[in-house]
Ligand binder design. Structure first.
Ligand SMILES: Cc1cc2nc3c(=O)[nH]c(=O)nc-3n(C[C@H](O)[C@H](O)[C@H](O)COP(=O)(O)OP(=O)(O)OC[C@H]3O[C@@H](n4cnc5c(N)ncnc54)[C@H](O)[C@@H]3O)c2cc1C
Length: 402
């Protein structure tokens, strides 16, 4: 067991932290208040190599390991969740989905632009009547010669109004239930595609979330990802990577709560002493410290399994469940420690609380993950090897050694 971060991990942490602290933190309160998504941050993340950091060199990525993705997610969410959401969706859900399931032609066509941020990726699974219950999807895809014709509506899609390349899940055979769902790579420019933004969100207000409609949207048959009927498995394997980044981000949010609370508890005085000298305040901070350390161990272990090219659905689900519930609790306690000041946006902790709630709902709600972990424990759920696995690290194609 080696707990030491590599040179690459240190470098990624430094780059992500400097970007988030220097370029985003000074404006985040204003952007959050206005519900403004600043497109320039995406471009900067592309320039800094953050949008392709764990894609193989061969496809224009940074060739780094999956723990680097966790480190970047942690550092970005330490400043604001909306930054980490970009990594979750663009890398975790979309790019790694294409890397795992794409043909060589699809990977060569899409990954180089995704790796640099020239194209932005998104993931369209949820619909107005289908969230946790994926089999309830209503979107359909009908083969017509060399194309599929897609119809349906996707909602609560991160980056819906920003992205260019969408993984979309639709039924090619409704009667076959889960086994009748297929996955497609859909480009914004395909005829019949339109998107819109959702306003009035509780959190992630500096990020973009929206809906898109597919109305007789014609998708070349060559954009089917995997085989017909493999869509459910593809969606779940993408979630293994998305959830990993959500768990890492939640760890960064707890870290931000600790830093804000230690600062405030040292300055604010009641009954003649700094509030940090009261044991009940110390307890809330101690819980945050316990959880940030536990989350890192869970997240990095899931990343270690990814590096080895091993199935990690259970470990990633456990990390995401634990980290997101812990970060919600940490943020609620961070507001508590700040008293009335914590209840206004004069301090960042109220934003942390609003942002932390979303992660308990998306990419597998708390309840769905809890059920999964219970089922694993009882032997009611087992993971079989997938037809295509996420490449382990070091990536073979580019000859890079870890
Ligand atoms: C900010 C944000 C960003 C998002 N980004 C994306 C995205 O990029 N792409 C995408 O496809 N989706 C995205 N989503 C959607 C998200 O994945 C869904 O909200 C999530 O899957 C839950 O589905 P739902 O909201 O329909 O809730 P439902 O599935 O209707 O569940 C409602 C409640 O019932 C509980 N519940 C449901 N089934 C059970 C059960 N069997 N046992 C016990 N409890 C149960 C749930 O845990 C939840 O508490 C996003 C959501 C948010 C809030």
């Amino acid at each position: 067991m080696d707990f030491a971060p590599s040179e690459d991990h240190r470098m990624v942490r430094r780059i992500a932290r400097e970007f988030a602290e220097k370029e985003v933190a000074p404006h985040i309160r204003e952007h959050d208040e206005a519900g403004y998504f600043d497109r320039r941050y995406l471009d900067r993340m592309g320039e800094l190599g953050l949008l392709g950091l764990c894609l193989p060199d061969k496809y224009g990525g940074g060739g780094l390991d999956y723990i680097s993705l966790a480190v970047a997610s942690e550092e970005l969410e330490r400043v604001d969740t909306s930054l980490r959401v970009v990594l979750s969706v663009h890398i975790g859900l979309a790019s790694l989905g294409i890397l795992q399931w794409g043909t060589e032609e699809q990977k060569s066509r899409y990954l180089p632009d995704l790796a640099t941020g020239k194209r932005v990726g998104a993931f369209g699974l949820t619909e107005p009547n289908a969230g946790s219950d994926v089999a309830a999807l209503e979107a359909t895809a009908v083969r017509d010669g060399g194309e599929y014709v897609l119809n349906g509506e996707k909602t609560w899609i991160s980056l819906a109004d920003v992205a260019d390349t969408f993984l979309v899940f639709a039924y090619t055979d409704k009667k076959a239930r889960h086994r009748g769902i297929s996955a497609f790579i859909v480009e914004r420019g395909f005829p019949g595609f339109s998107s819109s933004s959702i306003h009035g969100k509780m959190g992630v207000r500096a990020g973009n979330t929206g809906s898109f409609v597919l109305q007789d949207c014609r998708v070349p048959a060559s954009n089917l990802l995997g085989e017909e009927g493999e869509g459910f498995k593809i969606a779940m394997s993408c979630l293994d990577n998305g959830r990993f980044t959500v768990a890492a981000g939640a760890t960064g949010l707890i870290q931000a709560c600790i830093e804000a609370c230690v600062r405030y508890a040292t300055e604010r005085r009641t009954f003649g002493v700094p509030i940090g000298e009261h044991q009940l305040v110390q307890r809330m901070i101690a819980h945050m410290v316990r959880d940030v350390e536990a989350c890192r161990l869970l997240v990095y272990r899931a990343g270690w399994l990814k590096n080895r090219g091993e199935r990690n659905t259970r470990e990633t689900a456990l990390a995401k469940w634990y980290a997101t519930t812990a970060s919600f609790e940490a943020a609620a306690n961070a507001v508590q420690i700040h008293g009335a000041y914590g209840y206004s946006n004069e301090y960042p902790v109220e934003r942390f609380l609003r942002n932390s709630k979303g992660a308990v709902i998306y990419e597998g709600s708390r309840e769905i993950l809890e059920i999964m972990i219970g089922q694993y424990a009882l032997g009611l759920r087992q993971d079989r090897p997938l037809r295509r696995s996420l490449p382990g690290w070091p990536f073979e194609e580019d000859g890079r050694q870890g």
